[in-house]
Design a protein around this ligand. Structure first.
Ligand code: FE
Length: 242
């Protein structure tokens, strides 16, 4: 069963002002199947600025999107990298600058909040948000997020209902609070603790350094303690990550 976690925070948006955000805890969800991938499209630009608020003053309708990132064992992925790009409210992409583009990191429990606007339509596409997510695995997951009850969804080749955000609240001005849960590849396939794409002596030294700790990055098999089982995973996956 889902458990609702109450997390207090301030949102910068006055219209969406609330001090309580609802996150659904997927930790015990038996259905943590990987999120459906979707095409990258033509407008991604690498190395976006780090920011989770993409809004400019006066932007409307506002969208506050609560993310959680878990692996296929429903374990939270702390500090997951989340890269966002989407069209503005008129359906135009900023192809020269960083408008409505940015990356941020989930917190230690795999949660984050994106503050932006609801993207407008452009020819051939329904309203959508492009996203890339990377956890501990070296692979980067790419998909798109959609909104429920948008008439153009039915005519969009890439739209899929599994990729709809869950709407929590919409106010009279159309400002929306919604959430989406990413389930991405876990790190079991490659215990590359320091993210240099190699499982080598540096990872081994990290394990020794964090020996006996709970919830430490060196706990590569997620059994809540850094021990010999993690050491064996590193030795067993020695070399370059796929
Ligand atoms: Fe697009």
């Amino acid at each position: 069963m889902f458990r609702i976690a109450l997390i207090s925070m301030f949102l910068t948006s006055a219209a969406l002002a609330t001090t309580t955000a609802l996150f659904t805890d997927r930790t015990n969800d038996p259905l943590c199947t990987q999120t459906r991938p979707d095409v990258e499209g033509p407008y991604w630009i690498p190395d976006s600025p780090q920011r989770s608020n993409l809004r400019d003053p006066g932007d409307a309708p506002m969208l506050d999107l609560y993310f959680s990132v878990v692996d296929q064992d429903c374990g939270p992925i702390p500090n997951a990298w989340i890269d966002i790009w989407h069209a503005d409210a008129d359906g135009d992409y900023d192809k020269k600058g960083w408008g409505y583009r940015g990356h941020h990191f989930a917190d230690g429990a795999g949660y984050s909040i994106l503050e932006t606007v609801i993207p407008g339509l452009y020819p051939g596409r329904t309203s959508h948000i492009h996203v890339k997510v990377q956890g501990d695995s070296p692979s980067i997951f790419t998909t798109q997020l959609y909104f429920p009850d948008v008439p153009e969804n039915d005519d969009d080749f890439f739209y899929h209902p599994d990729l709809e955000v869950s709407v929590i609240e919409v106010d009279a001005d159309g400002n929306m609070i919604a959430e989406f849960h990413f389930v991405v590849e876990d790190r079991h396939g490659c215990p590359d603790i320091n993210g240099d794409n190699y499982v080598n002596v540096s990872d081994l030294l990290t394990i020794i350094d964090q020996w006996g700790l709970a919830n430490a990055p060196a706990d590569v098999n997620d059994d809540d303690i850094v021990d010999v089982s993690d050491l064996l995973m590193v030795v067993g996956n020695w070399g370059e990550c796929e």
